[in-house]
Each structure stands twice: as C-alpha cells, then as structure tokens.
Design a protein around this ligand. Structure first.
Ligand SMILES: NC(=O)c1ccc[n+]([C@@H]2O[C@H](COP(=O)([O-])OP(=O)(O)OC[C@H]3O[C@@H](n4cnc5c(N)ncnc54)[C@H](O)[C@@H]3O)[C@@H](O)[C@H]2O)c1
Length: 382
C-alpha cells in the first residue's frame, strides 16, 4: 500500500506569498514530499528556492511545460502539482500537468474563461485525475462546523446572506498616494496577469466560495457595482446576490477599507437562526437560535459536530489559522490521491476539498459581476 506521495510546485519562490503557505500545509501531515519545481521564471530565484528545499537540479525546471512532460514520463514522477503562480499561468499549467497524467491542485481564480475551465474539467474526468481549486477558507474547522449545522437545517431555511471581505492595502491607489502598507505583488492590478478583475477576482471570489460551501446554495444572479477610481481593474465591489433557492444577500469586497486587513466575515440568516464566522478569529463560530442568546462555539470542544472534531488538530483555545486550513485541504487531497493509487473508490468526505466545479462557479461569478457593473449594475445571470 502506497502511504506517501511526491509533489511539485509551480510558482512559490522564496519571496512569493502563497507558495510557502502551501508547503507548510503539505508538511503538516508529512505524507507528501516536494520533489520537483519551477518556482519562478527568474533563474536565480528558481535555483535559490530549489536549493532551500533540496529539490534536485535535474528536477528544477526552467518552465512548467518541461516540468509536466519530464515528470509525467519519469517512473518516480510527481503524483500531484500545486500551481501557485499568478492567475494568467493557471490554465496552461493545469492543462499541461493533466495531459501528462498528474493530479492538479491550482490556486484561485481557476482561469480567465469558462471555456478554459470546462476544458480542464473534461481532461481531468477523461484521465480520472483529481482537480482541486484552492478556496482555502473551506479548510477551516469552524467553516466546516457552519456547513454541518446549516446543511442539517439547524438554522432553518437560509433566507439571507450578508458577507464581506475588506482590506485596506490599495487605498492609496485612489488619488496620488504612495504609501502601501502591505506588499502584495502588483500583478494583481494588471489585467494581462490578473484577468478581468482585481478585487472581485482576488477576494470577492473567496466570499462566493465560502458562502456556497457553508450553505450548499448556488448563486443564480448578481447585481454588482464595481469601483475603479481610474485604475485598470476594480478596487471595491458592492454586490447584490440572489440564490437558486430564492434567498438574497449582499457581498461587499474591498481593498480600500481603512482599518481592515483581511476581514472576511460571513453571516448566514435562516428562518430559525443565524450563523456568523469571522476569518480573523477563525476558531469560533457565533450561533444564534431565534429567541435565544447568541452562543459562541469553540473549535475543539466536545459539542462540535463529528466532522469538525475530525479536522481539529489541537485543543480548544489554541488558535488554528490559515496554515491549518491549508493542511486540512491537503489532508483530504492527499488521502484521496493515495486511495486512487491504491485502487480504492472515493466517497463522502474524500471529496471534501474545493473542486473544479467550485473553480468554475468562481469564474462565472467574477464574469457576471464585471458584466453587471458595466451595465449599470443590472441583474446578471451567473
Ligand atoms: N487561496 C488563497 O488564500 C490565496 C492567497 C493568496 C494568493 N492566492 C493565489 O495564488 C496565486 C499566487 O499569488 P501570490 O500572492 O503568491 O503571488 P506572488 O507574486 O507572491 O508569487 C507568485 C510566484 O509565481 C512565480 N511565477 C510567476 N510566473 C511563473 C511561471 N510562469 N512559472 C513559474 N513560476 C512563476 C513568481 O516568480 C512568484 O514566485 C494567485 O493566483 C493568487 O490569486 C491565493
């Protein structure tokens, strides 16, 4: 029985943001090892990262095409690839690895066009390969608790959603300011690299996925007003949403809200109660049943659902955060690939990682928001 896997990474040089979070997430459970990479198009940075992580010279590649082909044809080739390069790389890289028989875990947003997303899905299905799109907040224990409670009917039928993802780091792009508090790569503001949206594509899409994961609801249409303030891509978005079950909601995503760092907050309102999760305090969940005082559920306590207990790693009161959310996604992802390799069928929680269908919904959401905003916030089908 195979018990460990090897993996490769595209992007994620030592100075990159999210590649390092992935490596820690994989390392949490010690069941997959970094054996190959194309960490940067910059040769020196690529080599520096490979040396740091002791990736062999012959498995440090100049580009992802070469990496996909060579790894796909090696006896000991990588089992999966993690794509952490910017958005413009996702589609071509994912396609190259799928075509060479390698499972793909790709960062969000999946790609630029629905056609590309559906093509990736088709190749993955034809080759019986798994595909994860890293909507990382779904890996949080208390997001899973919210999902378990809401989908079991604990707060009744969902009738309204109010969710926001607020950051401040681009506020100085309005006007001529030059003080940028947090250094995130500037490609996010370049349509050739980021795609048709910055704010909705980078963080609004996390709202869409987290709400969908918690509630199981699918978006039907949006009425969005995006603000650009003279920039090529949006910095702020106020979005009315309607779900297929008739529920409504408001999503607000912004990179110009002074005082907010990474403020993802999701409030779900049902006919019998309400649930609220705050990303910057991710170990608790506010649960209110109609007519009763609000309860604060703590991760790691005996009263949480079985699923939440399974994914909690340390006792309550010890904060688990983003790294553990990634680790939880990788735990399921790696177990599922191992099962497939050992000839076992997947079922139930084996699929509890954000899938290519989630990636497709994300691309549709971004496109609908941009289209709606261009048409004076008219209701637009997702
Ligand atoms: N899921 C999340 O919570 C989350 C958080 C941050 C970023 N992201 C996503 O991750 C991706 C990367 O974001 P980031 O902030 O880490 O960007 P970054 O600019 O910090 O890092 C990108 C890395 O990719 C490398 N790269 C660029 N083109 C490449 C290519 N063709 N081949 C190999 N390497 C290449 C760069 O050299 C760099 O090392 C984006 O798609 C972003 O949306 C997701």
């Amino acid at each position: 029985m195979k018990k460990t896997l090897s993996y490769g990474m595209v992007g994620g040089s030592l100075t990159a943001f999210i590649g390092g979070v992935h490596r820690v997430g994989v390392d949490f459970d010690g069941r997959a090892f970094l054996k190959a990479g194309c960490f940067s198009q910059n040769e020196a940075k690529n080599k520096e990262c490979a040396e740091f992580y002791q990736v062999d010279d012959e498995r440090t590649y100049k580009n992802f095409h070469e990496m996909a082909e060579k790894e796909g044809s090696r006896e000991d080739g990588i089992d999966f690839v993690t794509i952490t390069a910017p958005n413009d790389v996702h589609y071509e890289a994912a396609k190259a690895f799928l075509e060479n028989g390698i499972h793909v875990l790709c960062e969000k947003p999946l790609c630029f066009e629905i056609g590309q997303a559906e093509e990736l899905k088709k190749i993955a299905e034809e080759k019986n390969l798994l595909f994860c799109v890293n909507y990382s907040y779904s890996g949080n224990a208390m997001v899973k608790e919210a999902r378990e409670l809401i989908t079991s009917g604990y707060i009744g039928d969902v009738i309204n959603v109010n969710a926001e993802y607020l950051q401040e780091y681009l506020v100085d792009d309005i006007g001529a300011g030059d003080q940028v508090m947090v250094k995130l790569s500037s490609w996010r503001k370049d349509p050739a690299v980021a795609g048709i949206s910055n704010c909705v594509g980078d963080i609004g899409t996390h709202i869409e996925n987290t709400v969908s994961y918690m509630t199981g609801l699918k978006l039907k249409r949006v009425a969005a007003k995006l603000d650009y303030w003279g920039q090529p891509l949006d910095l702020n978005a106020n979005i009315l949403v309607e779900f297929e079950n008739g529920a409504h909601g408001v999503f607000c995503s912004s990179q110009v809200c002074v005082g907010h760092m990474n403020g993802l907050v999701v409030r779900i309102f049902g006919t019998k109660g309400a649930i609220e999760w705050v990303q910057e305090n991710p170990n608790i969940l506010y649960v209110t049943l109609k007519g009763q005082p609000t309860q604060i559920y703590n991760r790691g306590m005996g009263y949480v659902t079985e699923r939440t207990a399974e994914v909690s790693r340390i006792p309550s009161g010890h904060p688990e955060g983003l790294y553990v959310a990634f680790a939880n996604i990788y735990r399921v992802w790696i177990s599922s690939i191992l099962k497939l390799k050992n000839g076992e069928e997947l079922s139930g929680y084996d699929y509890d990682f954000p899938s290519i269908d989630d990636g497709i919904e994300g691309v549709k959401f971004i496109q609908a928001c941009v289209k709606s905003s261009k048409n004076d916030a008219v209701w637009t089908e997702v």
